[in-house]
Design a protein around this ligand. Sequence first.
Ligand SMILES: Cc1cc2nc3c(=O)[nH]c(=O)nc-3n(C[C@H](O)[C@H](O)[C@H](O)COP(=O)(O)O)c2cc1C
Length: 363
Amino acid sequence: MPDLFEPVRLGRLLLPNRLVMAPMTRSRADRRGVPGPETARYYAQRATAGLIVTEGAQPSPAGQGYPGTPGLHTDRQAEGWRAVTDAVHAAGGRIFAQLMHVGRIGHPSVNGLRPVAPSPVRAAGRIFTLDGRRDLPVPRELTTGEVRETIADFARAARRAVDAGFDGVELHGGNGYLIHQFLCSATNRRGDPYGRDRVRFPVELCEAVAEAAGGDRVGLRLTPGNPCNDMTEDGAGEIYPALAAALAPAGLGYLHLAGVAAGTPLAGGIRRAWPGVLVVAPSTGGAFPADGGRAEGERWLRHGADLVAFGRAFLANPDLVERMRSGAALNRPDPATYYGGGEQGYTDYSVSSAARLPAARRG
Ligand SMILES: Cc1cc2nc3c(=O)[nH]c(=O)nc-3n(C[C@H](O)[C@H](O)[C@H](O)COP(=O)(O)O)c2cc1C
């Protein structure tokens, strides 16, 4: 079994350890979706991760669901990200941008647009907007032409990301957002080829993004069976292994599974169908475990994962790698400062004296 602190190859990158900083929305971009200097500092502080995956960034205005999320569809946004990637690389790290299109989980008060989705099926629930919590609206069904335009938006954003210095991009295929909506029969009732074959959208999307950015620079995140954002999924045991098998020829950098327990039939089915690098985020996001999720991550390493992604443990511990290596206790994350705000709960988490970073690595 590989050790968390053993190097591993990911396409053209050699990662010095197997800890991935999981993507986490922090809602601190400006009104144009541009990340600022504090964001560069935040990620650079965490540059000892084998790989950082950023918060979800919208590939188009329609992809935005929450206030303060950054984009990757304008030159200004790319300039903001350039400062982030430069800071991470100067601190010795590697960083992928997560591309996230929310589909039906949006509201016109955030981006002025009616949300779009595979089918006009409303998600039960409310969404946080600048005017407080609002009911989610019924989304507008994308035409077949618009589905193809959406794929082109992702490909352009991926190219922009690589041009802004990112080492690659991860596509957010989970948590009830657009890609997940295409995969699920409750939210995809289309009669066109993207509905008759529900893996078609993610497969075409991955192929187009791989073409734009380089296959080894692309990862896909999946959260099979996650009920987040009013998803009800039956048949996860069939569709996810089928998707993994369909993606195998595209030569992607990695598949990223979140919230699937090691050793289950679903986990085994996906691992067998997927020949490439497998990143696993072991936690389902319940109460924060004192070990940050390490024990379950190491169990996953014994069940065929190549890398382990930690979310809140990295959020609260810039020096997570050194803390885990030395066995130092972990800071606990403060949920009150997850979204929006300034330095507090963002760049002011302490570094353990028991696990000091080398000076050159400090962000
Ligand atoms: C504040 C916060 C924001 C998140 N935003 C995203 C996101 O933008 N994209 C994503 O794929 N997952 C997102 N997640 C889920 C995390 O990547 C991770 O899967 C989850 O927190 C469980 O892992 P953990 O127990 O290690 O934190 C977010 C989680 C948190 C706590």
